[in-house]
Design a binder for this molecule. Structure first.
Ligand SMILES: Cc1cc2nc3c(=O)[nH]c(=O)nc-3n(C[C@H](O)[C@H](O)[C@H](O)COP(=O)(O)OP(=O)(O)OC[C@H]3O[C@@H](n4cnc5c(N)ncnc54)[C@H](O)[C@@H]3O)c2cc1C
Length: 372
């Protein structure tokens, strides 16, 4: 199918990479994003070889490399801080590294700039107040009073997707795991040239994101899902870090001073196991498969979804066939990442058998190295 008129709901990683891929396919694309500031929080993200391959496919890889830090291995540490394994990461694109750390704002800028340059119409501070699938088109009313008629609507509106709630009202949505994550940016030691993962009941990781910065993540059991007040976040994160079993992590606690810089998030997971579309409305990214971050693949999956959906739309004569083929190509990889990440999480919480992180990471690399 060619020259489709497409509405994308959500201007995050999945929505923007979809816009870029679909504009390359010649479609007419509108993106609506509910956040009028179009902002993202300031820590970073790990992106592995499959994402570098996907960025190359979208012709974004050089901008992307310039904004982040390459690395080629994961150093795995025992709870006491001893390094127990170095897992080499596979390279999938010749001449490029195996993995990247990048600040979320830097990634967002690259994707946002390219979306606008592609000719997509980006409308900020706007949501869909009504989505009416009429069979031969979708009529959408917007929160700013405007209306539009589209061939397809893509829900790329994240784990709490309003679009999912419209087309699959029976879906239960995400489930809290009992674990939360705390993140904070630190100065990057010059010799930090790998992703460092610390196992244990309180997990931790160090991720370089540019020449000067790295971020630290800390996963803590939070069985009652408490609400932490914004003006005590630094103090609470320091306290959690001081009880970490690795000295290297404990020693960083005193540098956490800015409540605004702490990003706290209860971890949730969900996987839509049935269809990913209804009629002319299709979902991708966290709206269908929100994984906990234990394998660092959530955004990678959303980016791959975008490429595959655009590809399948170009190959088929009907939307039904394209949407089915899209889900068939994506389901097993996404299911594996969501389920395995939850298994790691449950092992850390003592709710399931412990998972060998080095083995799980090596298996994940093998899986995501497969063509999409
Ligand atoms: C703690 C944590 C750490 C992570 N670390 C990594 C990592 O290291 N590597 C990795 O690959 N992945 C990681 N992820 C996962 C990654 O962040 C997500 O998988 C990715 O952001 C999903 O992209 P998305 O576009 O589907 O959703 P989102 O990024 O959530 O984007 C959704 C967008 O839709 C907008 N929106 C929502 N509702 C509406 C609406 N009704 N109308 C209009 N707009 C709307 C939102 O404002 C947002 O801009 C992590 C996730 C968490 C929670």
């Amino acid at each position: 199918m060619k020259n489709l008129k497409i509405l994308i709901i959500g201007g995050g990683i999945g929505g923007l990479t979809s816009a870029i891929a679909l504009r390359r396919g010649g479609h007419d694309v509108t993106v609506i994003e509910k956040d009028p500031e179009w902002s993202v929080y300031g820590v970073g993200i790990i992106q592995q070889a499959n994402v570098i391959r996907a960025m190359a496919e979208l012709d974004l890889v050089d901008d992307y490399m310039a904004a982040g830090v390459p690395f080629n291995k994961v150093a795995i540490h025992a709870p006491d801080g001893t390094m127990v394994a170095e897992v080499p990461m596979p390279r999938l694109v010749e001449g490029y590294p195996a993995s990247m750390g990048i600040g979320r704002p830097a990634l967002h800028k690259i994707l946002g700039d390219r979306t606008i340059a592609s000719g997509a119409d980006v409308r900020l501070g706007v949501t869909a107040s009504n989505i009416d699938d009429r069979g031969d088109c979708v009529s959408v009313s917007f929160s700013d009073g405007d209306e539009g008629v589209f061939d397809i609507v893509i829900g790329a509106d994240g784990v709490y997707s309003d679009t999912r709630a419209v087309i699959m009202p029976e879906d239960a949505g995400p489930e809290f795991t009992g674990q939360s994550v705390w993140r904070y940016n630190f100065s990057r030691p010059a010799d930090l040239d790998a992703l460092h993962v610390y196992n244990g009941p309180i997990g931790a990781g160090l991720v370089p994101i540019n020449e000067d910065l790295m971020y630290l993540y800390l996963t803590t059991p939070e069985p009652d899902n408490p609400r932490y007040e914004k003006d005590c976040l630094a103090e609470n994160m320091c306290e959690k870090m001081r009880s970490h079993s690795a000295q290297a992590i404990r020693e960083m606690a005193d540098d956490i001073t800015d409540n605004e810089g702490v990003v706290y998030r209860p971890l949730e997971g969900m996987m839509l196991r049935g269809d990913w579309h209804s009629g002319r409305v299709v979902l991708l990214g966290d709206a269908v498969h929100a994984t906990t971050p234990h394998l660092g693949q959530g955004a990678g999956l959303a980016i791959e979804d975008s490429i595959v959906l655009a590809d399948e739309l170009g190959k088929h004569d009907t939307l039904e066939a394209a949407f089915k083929a899209f889900r068939d190509r994506r389901f097993e990889r996404c299911r594996y990442i969501v389920d395995k990440s939850l298994e790691i999480c449950r092992g850390q919480l003592g709710k399931g058998p412990p998972v060998d992180n080095a083995e799980a990471t090596a298996d994940m690399f093998k899986l995501v190295a497969q063509p999409i």
